[in-house]
Write a protein that binds this ligand. Structure first.
Ligand SMILES: [Zn+2]
Length: 346
């Protein structure tokens, strides 16, 4: 850990807000706020099962991953045109910029859209155009990671990859999301092998609700570079050692874990334990519209609940840069910005 012991706890919230950070675990469809869902529904003539914004927001009381996914897929049904995907991503980038996010790697779920008859091009072009505008107008660097829905078959994942190949220059990697339990990583060994040959970055959700065994197979069968969530790894000391030794980043999402009852209280979250074990853990918002907060909400609430300090803040920001899929020159630039902000607080 870096040494920043002179920053008083009273100034910690402002430091957390102001420090530059990267977000590596954000499902862009999970950033759709109820207001935008209704706006897009109206624009596209889509009928929703909820009478209004407040009724939809009230339905966001989840008991587990599946109860969330049911509403998540309903919300995504309003996305039909390229401009819809652009507007969704742009709204996220504006919030990210306000939280001093300098880099974001956005997950998107093409199967959620292609299954409804939306063309792959519509999805990727809209999201990619928002990434370009975010870089030019907000100074936020953004890239896209295509996720396969793990409750569907590997054959469907292969078909999705095939469909996305004409747009290979517009996404940097692939991931694995949706219902975890019962759908272990190894179900997708073949398609991840193919993606590796194509030079795509590889990540996968594992150890959110699923067991440490899923984290092992994500590493050793899929050969992923990062684990999304991974909080169940603390149950397996050998796995904890492996993650620390190989510097495998975990993209942890505290408010998501709270909302989906992975931990009963934020005070019980194991983020500090992961950091103290030398693991490259990061803080992320997952599906911020549904889980009650964007990046800075995640930082502020988790720090308030777990008693982490300025050293942990520095480590989390530095980890987010180390874990990102950008070149060393960009990482160096962001680390210098991080040092500058910390120095200004001392
Ligand atoms: Zn996720």
């Amino acid at each position: 850990m870096n040494q920043h012991p002179d920053i008083s706890p009273a100034r910690l919230p402002e430091l957390l807000r102001r420090m530059p950070k990267a977000e590596l675990h954000i499902h862009i469809e999970g950033s759709l706020e109820p207001e935008l869902i209704f706006e897009l529904a109206q624009r596209n003539g889509v009928k929703l099962a909820y009478p209004g914004v407040e009724a939809l927001r009230r339905a966001y009381a989840f008991t587990n991953l599946q109860s969330f996914l049911d509403i998540y897929y309903a919300g995504a049904s309003v996305l039909l045109k390229e401009q819809d995907f652009y507007d969704m991503a742009w709204a996220y980038f504006e919030r990210a910029a306000a939280d001093h996010v300098v880099h974001a790697e956005l997950f998107f779920d093409p199967q959620t859209h292609t299954a409804r008859g939306v063309a792959m091009r519509t999805v990727i072009d809209g999201l990619h155009r928002a990434c370009e505008d975010a870089r030019a107008r907000l100074g936020v660097d953004g890239s896209l990671i295509l996720c396969f829905l793990r409750h569907l078959s590997e054959a469907e994942a292969f078909a999705t990859l095939e469909e996305a190949m004409p747009f290979r220059d517009k996404f940097i990697g692939v991931g694995l999301d949706s219902s975890e339990v019962g759908h272990p990583p190894e179900k997708f060994a073949g398609v991840f092998e193919r993606c590796r040959e194509l030079g795509l970055h590889l990540v996968a959700h594992a150890g959110e609700e699923g067991p440490p065994a899923y984290v092992w197979t994500a590493l050793d069968t899929l050969h992923v570079e990062r684990i999304d969530h991974g909080v169940q790894s603390v149950k397996d000391p050998a796995l904890m050692k492996r993650l620390a030794k190989d510097r495998i980043p975990l993209t942890v999402c505290p408010l998501s874990n709270l909302k989906l009852c992975v931990f009963p209280k934020l005070e019980d979250h194991n983020l500090k334990q992961l950091l103290d074990a030398g693991i490259v853990a990061t803080v992320n918002s997952d599906d911020p519209a549904y889980f009650g907060g964007y990046m800075n909400d995640n930082f502020l609430q988790t720090f308030a609940a777990t008693g982490m300090d300025a050293r942990h803040a520095y480590q989390l920001a530095a980890n987010s840069f180390e874990a990102s899929f950008v070149d060393e020159a960009m990482k160096k630039k962001w680390r210098a910005q991080l040092d500058e902000v910390f120095a200004s607080f001392e």
